[in-house]
Design a protein around this ligand. Structure first.
Ligand code: ADP
Ligand code: MG
Ligand code: ZN
Length: 196
């Protein structure tokens, strides 16, 4: 079975992944957790949430390492930051799930441009279960589905935290800011629309 936890940054994906992993631990199911080497922001040895919740994990470069490092007894595989893996993650997750392993994958559903962040869309399509989590929009307090890049940088991947990104709703999200450094959001108008 494949279960996906998707949403913007700060929406609680890693917290939810850790919650599900702790439950599996209570059920005495052997667990292995992986995260991409690119994301060593908080820890090399643990999956870490913004609230500093931790769960031991292994850093890997490529999705196929999940299979080469898999222990025979493992029943639950957790993967954080799924969007930073290559497309092979879809085949790897499928093969593990076909063998009866529970595969939990957390990741960003959209990139900083608001576009689908591969391979998450394909994983969401083939998963038995999908959770779409939302953060709190830092502009209007509504439900945030987008990740606003706060720095002028058009690289497709820029690993960062609250100094580089914040959570925003569809209305408060401003793509021109990250590409030009100028804000085109009419904040007064948006706040009014949100009824704040
Ligand atoms: P994700 O993995 O989706 O980026 P985390 O699970 O690491 O999210 O962190 C979620 C936590 O981040 C929340 O419980 C909250 O304490 C904190 N947080 C910081 N900014 C926000 C925000 N704008 N909206 C919601 N939670 C936020
Ligand atoms: Mg996370
Ligand atoms: Zn908003």
């Amino acid at each position: 079975m494949i279960e996906v936890i998707a949403g913007s940054m700060f929406s609680g994906k890693t917290e939810e992944l850790i919650r599900l992993l702790r439950r599996a631990q209570h059920a005495k199911q052997p667990i292995q957790v992986f995260k991409p080497r690119i994301d060593n922001r908080y820890s090399d040895t643990h999956v870490a949430s913004h609230d500093k919740n931790l769960f031991p994990s292994t850093l890997i470069e490529h999705a196929r390492e999940i299979e080469t490092r898999l222990r025979p007894e493992t029943r639950v595989v957790g993967i954080d930051e799924g969007q930073f893996f290559d497309d092979e993650l879809v085949q790897v997750a499928t093969r593990l799930a076909d063998r009866g392993i529970r595969v939990l994958i957390a990741g960003l559903d959209m990139d900083w441009k608001g576009e689908p962040f591969h391979p998450m869309p394909a994983l969401m399509a083939i998963a038995e279960k999908v959770q779409k989590l939302q953060a709190v929009c830092v502009v209007c307090g509504g439900s945030a589905s987008r990740t606003q890049r706060l720095v002028k940088n058009t690289d497709s991947v820029l690993v960062g935290d609250h100094t580089a990104y914040e959570a925003r709703c569809r209305q408060c999200y401003d793509i021109t800011f990250a590409t030009t450094g100028r804000s085109e959001t009419h904040l007064d108008e948006v706040v009014e629309l949100a009824g704040v």
